[in-house]
Design a protein around this ligand. Structure first.
Ligand SMILES: *Cc1c(COP(=O)(O)O)cnc(C)c1O
Length: 376
């Protein structure tokens, strides 16, 4: 909780659930990435929080942007980024969207198979492409599974295909899983990238860039390593696997840039028990999985929750949202400790919610409005 957010909530008293984002925190985070990794370009992952004020601040500070759709490309440009600072990092793109991004000036694209290379070659001729490789996401609280990337052994073929079709085979990317608390998670992926660079050099094609992806964490309930510790581990990995041939590097922080900048204000709608001898109270808030807290899926992300009664005795609660969908339960397998004195109507603050909340909120499920956002 920052003093600015506290003051905003106290004086503005916004009605209904809302996210409040403090731009000072985003500014600090950007500076800590830039300072810890001075030779690495930062491509902010727009999907984490595309609020125009956040994008404009980052554009002004010199950030580049990782986008996944034409709409995100347009948002980055509208925020003041020039197209040479925008990458189209989604490996799954319609050819006509690639063509539109190309028209807008974007010249850097992600691919993970030959069919996608062919689309880029036709719709964005001469552009730079990087090949995404699979990562198992071990150690991450929100792993990205096998949906994106090819096995490292396949990458040289994909990149050589790009080269043959007149694209610039530019580099390799990976994502070690979101909310990655293990600073050592980059090592194996950097080793794979170095192997691909060598294999390509043998084929006469010289790659230049390693895209180290996102994964940098937000502090929720558990402590996380500082950005500096990630920077050190990554720099060690690059030195180990690339030796003196240090490649260009970029990072794509999303959660690590904006997560800790935001707080959701919510209200207790109901507290009840399912039977007289039920030991666990059910606490229903006016926001749930469909109001922006989708990352509580499988109870993966456990947010810090604050109330005005936190000094009181605590007891276990099932925490749920307000909609008529039985999936709209936040924490049940591992119940959440909340004050016994908590009452209907109490304000509850959910911390670390600056990333992946507004963008996940449903349009109007059960008529509940999408999550409101104030950027201060
Ligand atoms: C979502 C995403 C990111 C951001 O990941 P975080 O873990 O939030 O930092 C970065 N790169 C790509 C390609 C992504 O899809």
């Amino acid at each position: 909780m920052t003093a600015r957010i506290r003051e905003f909530l106290r004086t503005r008293r916004p009605d209904g659930p809302c996210l409040v984002v403090d731009l000072d925190v985003v500014r600090e985070k950007y500076m800590s990435f830039a300072k810890a990794m001075p030779d690495t370009r930062v491509f902010y992952a727009v999907k984490a929080n595309p609020a125009p004020e956040v994008l404009a601040l980052l554009a002004e500070m010199g950030s580049c942007f990782d986008t996944a759709s034409v709409a995100e490309v347009e948002m980055a440009l509208a925020a003041g980024a020039t197209p040479d600072r925008v990458s189209y990092g989604n490996t799954i793109k319609k050819e006509r969207d690639i063509a539109r991004a190309f028209e807008l000036g974007v010249r850097l694209y992600a691919v993970d198979c030959e069919a996608e290379v062919e689309k880029v070659a036709r719709a964005a001729p001469g552009s730079k492409v990087f090949c995404r490789i699979l990562s198992d996401g071990a150690g991450a609280e929100w792993p990205l599974s096998k949906k994106f990337g090819c096995v490292p052994e396949m990458a040289p073929r994909v990149l050589e295909h790009a080269h043959r079709l007149g694209l610039e085979a530019y580099g390799v990317s990976f994502h070690v899983g979101s909310q990655q608390r293990d600073t050592g998670a980059w090592d194996a992926a950097v080793a794979s990238a170095a192997g691909i660079f060598r294999e390509m050099a043998d084929r006469g094609i010289h790659l230049r860039m390693v895209n180290l992806g996102g994964g940098f964490p937000t502090r929720y309930l558990k402590n996380v390593p500082a950005v500096q510790a990630y920077a050190q581990a990554i720099s060690d990995a690059i030195l180990t696997h690339f030796g003196n041939h240090v490649p260009e590097t970029i990072i794509e922080p999303g959660r690590g840039m904006v997560g800790s900048a935001g707080i959701i204000k919510t209200e207790v709608v109901l507290i009840s028990k399912k039977s007289d001898d039920d030991e666990v109270r059910w606490v229903y808030l006016d926001i749930g999985k469909f109001g922006g807290l989708a990352e509580t899926m499988d109870e993966a992300i456990r947010y810090p929750i604050k109330t005005a009664r936190d000094g009181d005795e605590m007891s276990a609660c099932v925490l749920a949202g307000p909609t008529c969908d039985s999936a709209d339960v936040l924490y049940e397998k591992d119940p959440y400790l909340l004050p016994v004195s908590l009452e209907i109507g109490d304000e509850v603050l959910i911390e670390g919610t600056g990333a992946y909340t507004t963008t996940y909120s449903a349009v109007a499920f059960n008529g509940f409005a999408p999550l409101k956002s104030y950027v201060i």
